[in-house]
Design a protein around this ligand. Sequence first.
Ligand SMILES: Cc1ncc(COP(=O)(O)O)c(C=O)c1O
Length: 373
Amino acid sequence: MNLEDFALERFFARWEFKAEMLLCASDIEGLAMREVLSMADEADRRRWDELTLGYTESPGLPALREQIAGLYEHICSDEVLVFSGAQEAIFALNNVLLGPEDHAIVLKPAYESLAQVAVAAGAQVSRIQLRESEGWRLDTSAVRAALRPNTRLIFLNEPHNPTGGLSDRQTFDGLVAIAAESGARLAVDEVYRFLEFEPANRLPAGADTAPNAVSIGVMSKAFGLAGLRIGWIATRDRQLLARLAAFKDYTTICASAPAELLAVIALKSRARLLERSRGIVHSNLALLDDFFGRWSGTFEWVRPRGGSIGFARLARAADVDRFAEGMVHDTGVLIMPGSVFTDTGNHFRIGFGRTNMPEALTKLETYAVRTLG
Ligand SMILES: Cc1ncc(COP(=O)(O)O)c(C=O)c1O
């Protein structure tokens, strides 16, 4: 299998632990271990103290699968398969579903593994271009036009990385209908789910829409626990789950025992965790609204509708790659130029899930005053 370098992850490999402040991270500020353990009830605390560090059950700890199933309307715990992060789930799903005879539809820009693993699996991949001028909205007619007789997979991402876009209900229902009519399978990467700015805009989970549809979720974003590396696939398609489980035998076999138990504890307290995450996002968003208002004409963005990231634009002759490189060297603050997503529109990803975002934004502003005038 011939995988292209994952430009976003290579970018982070260079900067993530070198830059002082990440103004482009997509995760929510990680919780401390003591905070997670303080949420444990007595029984879970005992399980934690007595946990043996052997192999774990390959499909995932039953108590964890039960907690995950609770995030869906029509999914039971047997219909959840735990992976080491959403990334492993994406890797397994594309490999299990796609081969050289198959066609997949993926958005552009996107979290690139959604497309690149499909390409590496030999599949034909059509990209649906999202445009800032259209509010980054997904056009259902473009998806319909991209369909081929061998389209096996339509891969969505709601809310979307990097734009923070979130389809409205009518569009989403249209996409569900297109998948059903065409026989393609709908997969929805929902790692930013539960971070919709207006809870009423939350879409149904992909896996709840059709018996063969798939949801991908993770502890990294809305739940603020990226270091657990716990992700999952939920689907009512048991045959697919069996193939995914067999594939996982070649990747990680099973998840980490401490991570699974910590995820159980966290999901039992999910209301509290989600409130914390939304609190961080909303207070940072208010600062960003103010910033983009004051810097209109220099920095523009389509305000995201969910998640913890947006795709802003440096609306001046200055090249955003050079701006980003200069800023991280001078101030230690990192933004992510759109070139990482093969974007050519001078965009950059900005993240607002971290508690030091106010300070990072102030530094960006000072740097912009100095270099852009
Ligand atoms: C859309 C999307 N899917 C999947 C992932 C992978 O999540 P994880 O790194 O927690 O496995 C990310 C991470 O940024 C993402 O943005």
